[in-house]
Design a binder for this molecule. Sequence first.
Ligand code: PAF
Length: 283
Amino acid sequence: MEVYSEKQQIIKAVDALRDKKLTLGLVPTMGALHQGHLQLVKKALANNSKVIVSIFVNPTQFDNTEDLQKYPRTLENDVALLSTLSQTDILVYAPTVDDIYKGKTVSEEFDFDGLEFEMEGKFRHGHFDGVGTIVKRFFEIVKPDNAYFGEKDFQQLAIIKKLVEKYHIPVNIVGCKIHREANGLAMSSRNTRLKAEYKKAAPYIYKTLTEAKKHFGTKSANKVSEWVEKQFSKHDLLELEYFIIADTKTLKPVKRKSNNKTYRAFIAVYADDIRLIDNIALN
Ligand code: PAF
């Protein structure tokens, strides 16, 4: 499997593929690959002739230096995992920070029509400008036909769809279902950093989400939120940062339920110093 660390090399490689009229899929990742990522890559392999997997821990989307430093970096292992899916149809692009940012590690500023101010945007300052910057650059470099993103980062997925719409980027964005451990915990590269007792506690997040979904059938969004807050206030290890029921399109918190809208519950929880997010469709 080819692993490229320089922009000019990957541009040359993908240009050659495009000249052969091959369809290209892109799976952007920050590495520390797990089964959730592999599902995205499998889907991309099924629908494209070649798949580019980018592996890059993007500094501009972190508002916390310690989180950035501690983010797992496991390139060798990631490449080995990808080779189990295909030896011939995957190209890895694992650039350095300098290759991407050329000594100017700053984000562009975006207007995502307000999507960026909800939930994660309130708690991770500048996060979506960082995500928008790197994803737009990857789209410019790779020019994929299709790009694959997980619904675990549902707000990110909505923002990337908005980015593509606003900048008229000719790529089809494919959202993929959340991949979970058998105990319900949403797969995340951060899970590898959980200490044993927190790993054991973390499935409580999804369990609470599924119960909240049941309550949403008969209760108001406010009542469900109060119930979730109460569940976490009783928990010794997990600290709730936010629980929000939002309109799936606008991502704005729901005030009064309406029959012709779809809603999703979003949650962020601290397990020790590890921040975990998850979400669930409610109707
Ligand atoms: O979801 C992620 O892993 C990252 O936010 C992404 C899309 C690869 C951009 O760095």
